[in-house]
Write a protein that binds this ligand. Structure first.
Ligand SMILES: [Zn+2]
Length: 803
């Protein structure tokens, strides 16, 4: 044990708390006092990070925080978390990250709930993990001959983050020695001195994965005061700028674009940003903050989904390139984006970062967490199904999600130099200490985001002048503030907050009214012709579980299959908000995920003919918050099409789609969405593949549009060497397929070359003369790409038109 640890004082101490709380029964017996750092930050925080025991939330968020603790973190199998360390190698290359992520999330969750069962598990897992450390300090899941080649520094990063958090908040200093040994091993292994390894080459994503160890190395430097840990951080910044490095800071300072950094991999990159901000806090290097602000602006403007996540195929892409599925919205990206905003909020005190936090928490984060907290989704897309699982194998996101939820109490209500700052509105109690150590209790009574009125009651021992800063969300043009019943004229300050500076007394009541209204977001770029509906802070989605049982008189229960409407069968009734009559109502049983849960009635029309409903039939449907969408397992979508007559004349909309080597039941070939696609991939070769739509009545076809699905490394297109794909029709219901045309537009592809197609390209075949058709299909030879042992093709959309 080193001198530093020996000198530690007991950490959990009784702090005299004001006797003036409005609900004294909720006062904690003791406050957690984090282990102090030896190095003070050069840049003091504008808003203070709150230890999670200070802020107890009891509404919707509170319920999700409780569920995260009780149904996920306490229940996770300790042996599974430690398995790869106890018996190396781990079952999977990044399996080592889970235990450190768990330690981080579980420590914060325990600090919030005080659950002795979780504390016992924390102590056990931290001690057992440390026992697995090798004599030289190595604490990864690789065998000795395979060290430092893949996700090895990465696992050390999470072990450092998890154990440092554990040490600081539990008061058990024992694992700090293990952290020092890990950091010392990294310091003797990697560096730019002769004989040391290059950290960029030690792991994936152009070295962004291993170098994201920057964040805990800065934390360890501040905690221990060891200059060599700061020296290592400076080495990482130099390593980034090598010719083969990701050039994170220099790219941001010159291009201001995140998609130009390294290989654009989002999770590892934002993890590095979070390290850069910790480095900025510690050193004051102005370039570090400026680079991160450029990254934030670039993501918000060009690369952020409506629900507060980023990336598809786990990477940042070109401006506005934001497909609604296509494996978008990795939960690790959601959580690191949340952390990035929380860091920027602490450092700058600007409400714009808290606005992003509300958006990501209430929409994408809660949408990724199963309502009962027991499972998480990896890719949580704007349309599709929620991929909830509780199995850790290969699922980085399963350990990231709980970290995001456990962080909510650290920024929901906080303090700054002037007083109290309220960032999130939620029922609960916050026991905050002003910077002069005056204890203040804020008790919030609201059912926001169901309820417009938010009542904050102030508890303190003696009258005292200070400010309460309220975040008025940017989506809310009309906010009202009353103090003790008296209305105040308010406006946002330079930092974006509404500030109420006065002499506060015990029992003062502050009432904020945030007008909750529907908003229509017009789709652009790939969502052109669609709209998304928001209500207050909530992004709404259509959910197939609520379609087809829209009569208010009808009893609640599962959707009636006889009258169920497919998700692709509906459009919003109008592009004008007023005509949609968006109206909240209490959620039906299956969506009653918290007492204030609501669904939102909206005018819609059918966009295909359905039993008893011709095309264009008016009906009411109910939208659900994105957080609850898909929670019954049904399909959902955020971006909803405008009425069919506004943008299409597709004759195949009502047809039954199928394809050769059918491997999915999703009817994405007729949803008028050029991003969703089907493939014929089954790992085998085939002479020909086809994509077809069959109809219940004949149509007259003059033009056929085939949209390419997706170019993948091992195929996805048609090989045009021996001929372009052909258009075939059935002239009678049970007739044979007959070739009527060829897609001459189709590029000159080969089995290896996709002709520069990527996905969604429109390829048109004009027929020499109109043809009566009961069915239409496109047929051709599938391509193999880089794997000649198989071949497949793909289709995003098959459409036909009468002119
Ligand atoms: Zn992930």
């Amino acid at each position: 044990m080193n001198d530093f640890i020996k000198g530690l004082q007991p950490l959990k101490c009784l702090v005299a708390l004001a006797a003036a709380s409005l609900i004294p029964s909720t006062l904690p017996a003791a406050e957690i006092v984090p282990l102090p750092e030896r190095i003070a930050p050069v840049v003091p925080d504008r808003q203070d990070f709150q230890v999670p025991d200070r802020v107890q939330l009891t509404g919707w968020l509170g319920q999700r925080i409780q569920a995260n603790e009780a149904n996920r973190l306490v229940k996770l199998d300790a042996a599974r978390l430690l398995e790869g360390y106890r018996k190396r190698p781990g079952r999977q290359s990044w399996d080592g990250e889970h235990v450190g992520k768990w330690l981080h999330a579980a420590t914060l969750a325990w600090a919030n709930t005080g659950d002795p069962a979780l504390r016992e598990k924390l102590d056990y897992i931290a001690a057992e993990l440390v026992k697995c450390q090798m004599p030289d300090g190595y604490l990864g899941t690789y065998t000795e001959d395979n060290r430092w080649r893949s996700w090895d520094v990465w696992a050390h990063k999470y072990n450092l983050l998890g154990l440092i958090t554990y040490v600081r908040y539990t008061g058990n200093p024992a694992p700090l020695a293990a952290c020092r040994r890990m950091a010392d091993l990294l310091g003797t292994t990697f560096g730019d001195e002769p004989g040391k390894r290059d950290i960029i080459k030690s792991g994936p994503q152009v070295g962004m994965a291993p170098t994201s160890v920057l964040e805990p190395m800065v934390l360890l430097y501040r905690l221990t005061g060891e200059p060599r840990y700061l020296a290592f951080c400076k080495y990482i910044l130099r390593a980034w700028e090598q010719p083969h490095g990701p050039k994170i800071i220099s790219t941001l300072l010159t291009t201001k674009r995140v998609d130009k950094i390294g290989n654009g991999k989002a999770y590892e990159m934002i993890s590095c940003f979070n390290g850069i901000l910790e480095y900025y806090r510690t050193t004051g290097d102005p370039d570090a903050l400026q680079a991160c602000l450029y990254a934030w602006q670039d993501i918000v403007k060009y690369r952020l989904y409506l629900t507060g996540t980023a990336s598809y195929w786990e990477h940042f892409h070109d401006d506005y390139d934001l497909p609604n599925n296509n494996i978008m919205g990795e939960t690790c990206v959601t959580v690191t984006w949340l952390q990035f905003n929380a860091q920027l909020l602490r450092l700058t005190g600007e409400a714009r970062f808290a606005d992003q936090l509300e958006n990501v928490v209430l929409n994408q984060l809660l949408g990724a967490q199963q309502c009962d907290g027991a499972a998480w989704g990896y890719y949580v897309q704007l349309e599709g199904r929620k991929p909830y699982t509780s199995n850790l194998d290969g699922q980085c996101c399963l350990s990231s999600g709980p970290r995001g939820v456990a962080l909510i109490p650290t920024f929901a209500l906080t303090t700054d130099a002037e007083g109290v700052v309220v960032n999130l509105y939620e029922a609960g109690t916050a026991h905050l200490n002003l910077r002069d150590h005056t204890p203040i209790t804020i008790t919030t009574d609201t059912q926001y985001p169901r309820q417009e009125q938010i009542c904050l009651a102030v508890g303190l021992a003696e009258p005292k002048p200070f400010a309460i800063k309220l975040r008025v969300p940017t989506w809310c043009p009309n906010a009202t503030v009353k103090v003790n019943g008296q209305k105040l004229e308010t406006q946002r300050n330079g930092d974006g907050y509404v500030v109420i500076q006065r002499q506060w007394e015990k029992g003062d009541r502050l009432v904020l009214g945030l007008k909750l209204e529907p908003r229509l977001i017009a789709g652009d770029h790939s969502n052109l012709g669609k709209v998304a509906v928001m209500y207050g802070p909530l992004v709404l989605a259509a959910d197939e579980a609520l379609l087809g049982k829209t009569s208010p008189a009808k009893k609640q229960g599962p959707a009636d299959p006889e009258h169920a409407i497919p998700l692709n069968g509906i459009a919003v009734a109008s592009p004008e908000l007023a005509k949609l009559k968006v109206t909240p109502e209490p959620a039906p049983k299956e969506f009653k995920t918290w007492p204030g849960a609501q669904v939102f009635r909206i005018r819609a029309v059918t966009r295909r003919s359905l039993p008893n409903r011709p095309v264009g039939s008016a009906l009411d449907i109910r939208l659900v918050p994105f957080a609850d969408a898909g929670s019954t397992g049904a399909r959902y979508k955020v971006w909803l099409p405008l009425p069919r007559e506004l943008y299409s004349g597709n004759l195949l909309l009502d047809g039954q789609a199928s394809h050769s080597r059918q491997n999915t039941l999703e009817d994405s070939m007729t949803d008028e969405d050029f991003e969703t696609f089907v493939t014929t991939s089954d790992g085998k070769l085939a002479a020909e593949d086809w994509f077809a739509v069959e109809l219940n009545q004949p149509v007259t076809v003059k033009r056929v549009l085939f949209a390419h699905g997706k170019t993948l490394p091992d195929g996805g297109w048609f090989d045009a060497t021996a001929g372009k794909p052909r258009v075939q029709v059935k002239r009678t219901k049970d007739g044979d397929w007959e070739t009527v045309g060829e897609i001459t537009d189709y590029p000159a592809t080969t089995t290896k070359n996709s002709g520069e197609m990527e996905g969604g390209e429109h390829l048109v075949c004009k027929l020499p003369s109109p043809v009566q058709a009961w069915a239409v299909r496109v047929i051709g030879k599938p391509a193999s790409g880089n794997n000649p042992l198989q071949a497949f093709s793909s289709c995003a959309e098959l459409q036909a038109f009468s002119e």
